[in-house]
Design a protein around this ligand. Sequence first.
Ligand code: ZN
Length: 151
Amino acid sequence: MDNLEDLYQEIILSHNKRPRNEGELTPHTHEAEGYNPLCGDRLKIYVQQTGPTVEAVKFTGEGCAISRASASIMTEAIKGLSGTELDARIHEVVEMLTAKEEPNVDPFEVGELAALLGVRKFPARVKCATLAWHTLAAALKKEMQISTESV
Ligand code: ZN
């Protein structure tokens, strides 16, 4: 188990050091800003989605290693998902990080997302890991409002 935890820590540190998909996304159809006052993490998430599937996701922001790694892992974990799959994935990850009971997760199925599970032991850091996902959900919701207004 210790080895697995070392591996998870390594994944977090590597994503923090070399984040995937960091930077502004132009053009983009959705965006939202998230702030975690407990830690001071700030993230901005950009999504490009003109059809049913997400074409690209990028993020910018300043924060701790966990918040940045979570955003980086997220951008890879949601690639190619459609709207409903994406909602399900966001819900699944937030649930995995915040559920009272230890989640039953198959590391092979969730891939690097499993590395975020280490924060479950540190309740103060859970919000660092969920920030990117809540911000993504907010970004997607925002676009829905825009599209209903324009109908
Ligand atoms: Zn943080």
